[in-house]
Write a protein that binds this ligand. Structure first.
Ligand code: NAD
Ligand code: GLY
Length: 364
C-alpha cells in the first residue's frame, strides 16, 4: 500500500484560525507538535480504552516539546459525558498546579474531545487545547469547529461553549484499531455532508464505501479531508450557528431524540444520526421538497454503511417531547434540517401531525 501525502485543511476564523492536519504516523512524530504554543505543562486527557493504545506514543512525542506532560485517564463512554467527569479534569489540573499557559490535548473520540474542549474553555477562563481525534466520527466532525459540551439528563450537549482548538491532528493510523460499529457511526457523519452540501461527494461515498469499510487508508484520507473541507467552509461563515451552521445537524433532531429516549449510550451518536437522516429525508419528501428516489438512495447508502434505518419504537409523542428540547427549537417549536434539493439543506418547522406520521412510518 502506498503512503499517502499528509494534507492541511485550513479553518479560517480570523485570530482563531487553525489547521486540520491529516495523515499517517502523525501522533508519535515530534514535528507534528512543533508550532504549538510553549507551556510549562501539557495534560493529555484520554480514556481507559484509548490510553493503552496511543497514550504513551503521544506522551513521548510531546515530551520533546514540553518539560512536563501528564496523562489523565477518564472512564469511557457517552454516559460519562457529565459534569462529574468534567470535574475530574479540573481536579487534575488544580492538583497539578496548572496555570493559564497549561495546554490540554484531547486524545480520543468525540466524547473526550467535547469534554476536554469544554474544560479548556472554562479552566481559568480559557487555556489552549489541541484535538487529537482517534475515531472516524471525531476526525470528520466533532474535533472541528469548536463545539464543546457535556450532556444534561434532560438533553444532549446542553451545557457547553464554542471554543476553538489550536490545532486538529487526524492520525489515520489510529482508525485501524477502531471497532466496526464505531467505524459505521463515523460513516454516518461523512454521508451527512453529501445531501447537505455536495452530491458529487455522496456519489464518491457510494462508489468507495467498501474501501472505507475495509479501512483503506487512501479512501479514509480523502473522506476525512473532504468532510473537513466542507465543515470548515460552513464554520468559517457561521462559527456560532447563527444560521448556516445548523445544516450540519441534518439527522440530529430525530437522532438526539433517539439517544435521549433510549438513554445516552444505548445507540451510538452516529447510529442515531444515520437513522435520523432517514427520518429527516422522509419528512422532506412529505413536504414535497425531494422525490421518493432521493429518500431511497440515501436510505440504501446508510444501510450499506452498517447503520440502522428504522428508529426505536418510542412512540411519536416521546420523540416530539425530546425534540422540543433540541437546541434548534424556538419557543417550543421544533425546527428540522430538511433537504431542499439534493445537495442543499434548510432549517424549517413542520406540523406535529406530519412529524408523527414520519415517526410511525420510520420506526420498527
Ligand atoms: P466516543 O468518543 O464515545 O468513541 C467511541 C468509542 O471508540 C469509545 O469507546 C472510545 O473509547 C473508542 N475509541 C476511540 N478511539 C479509538 C481507537 N482509535 N481505537 C479503538 N477504540 C477507540 O464516540 P464518538 O463517536 O467518537 O463521538 C461521539 C460524541 O461526539 C458524542 O458525544 C457527540 O455528541 C459528539 N459530537 C460532537 C460534535 C461537535 O461538533 N462537537 C459533532 C458530532 C458529535
Ligand atoms: N456537528 C455539528 C456542528 O459542528 O455544528
Amino acid at each position: 500500500m502506498n503512503a499517502i501525502n499528509p494534507t492541511l485543511v485550513p479553518i479560517q476564523l480570523g485570530e482563531r484560525s487553525y489547521s486540520i492536519y491529516i495523515g499517517e504516523g502523525l501522533l508519535g512524530r515530534s514535528s507534528t507538535w512543533d508550532k504549538l504554543p510553549n507551556a510549562p505543562m501539557a495534560l493529555i486527557v484520554t480514556n481507559v480504552s484509548v490510553a493503552p493504545l496511543y497514550g504513551e506514543q503521544l506522551k513521548d512525542a510531546l515530551k520533546q516539546k514540553y518539560s512536563r506532560v501528564e496523562l489523565l485517564c477518564l472512564p469511557d463512554g457517552e454516559t460519562f459525558k457529565t459534569f462529574e467527569t468534567l470535574n475530574l479534569i479540573f481536579d487534575q489540573l488544580l492538583g497539578s498546579g496548572a496555570d493559564r499557559k497549561t495546554i490540554l490535548f484531547a486524545l480520543g473520540g468525540g466524547v473526550i474531545g467535547d469534554m476536554t474542549g469544554f474544560a479548556a474553555a472554562c479552566f481559568m477562563r480559557g487555556v489552549p487545547f489541541v484535538q487529537v481525534p482517534t475515531t472516524l466520527l471525531a476526525q470528520v466532525d466533532s474535533s472541528v469547529g469548536g463545539k464543546t459540551a457535556i450532556n444534561h439528563p434532560s438533553g444532549k450537549n446542553m451545557i457547553g461553549a464554542f471554543y476553538q482548538p489550536e490545532l486538529v491532528v487526524c492520525d489515520l493510523d489510529t482508525l485501524q484499531t477502531l471497532p466496526t460499529r464505531e467505524l459505521s457511526a463515523g460513516l454516518a457523519e461523512i454521508i451527512k455532508y453529501g445531501p447537505i452540501a455536495d452530491m458529487s461527494f455522496m456519489q464518491w461515498i457510494e462508489d468507495n464505501l467498501e474501501l472505507l469499510i475495509t479501512k483503506d487508508v487512501g479512501a479514509l484520507a480523502y473522506a476525512v479531508q473532504r468532510s473537513c473541507e466542507i465543515k470548515a467552509s460552513v464554520v468559517g461563515v457561521d462559527e456560532k450557528e447563527g444560521g448556516l451552521r445548523a445544516i450540519l445537524n441534518f439527522g440530529h433532531t430525530f437522532g438526539h431524540a433517539i439517544e435521549a429516549g433510549l438513554g445516552f449510550g444505548v445507540w451510538l451518536h452516529g447510529e442515531a444520526v444515520g437513522c435520523g437522516m432517514v427520518m429527516a429525508a422522509h419528512l422532506s419528501h412529505k413536504l414535497g421538497l425531494v422525490d421518493e428516489a432521493f429518500v431511497k438512495r440515501l436510505t440504501t447508502l446508510i444501510e450499506r454503511a452498517g447503520l440502522p434505518v428504522k428508529g426505536p419504537k418510542l412512540g411519536a409523542q416521546e420523540y416530539i417531547e425530546h425534540m422540543r428540547v433540541d437546541k434548534k427549537a424556538q419557543a417550543g417549536h421544533i425546527r428540522f434540517v430538511l433537504i431542499n434539493a439534493p445537495g442543499q439543506a434548510q432549517v424549517m418547522g413542520a406540523e406535529d401531525t406530519l412529524v408523527a406520521q414520519v415517526i410511525d412510518q420510520c420506526c420498527a
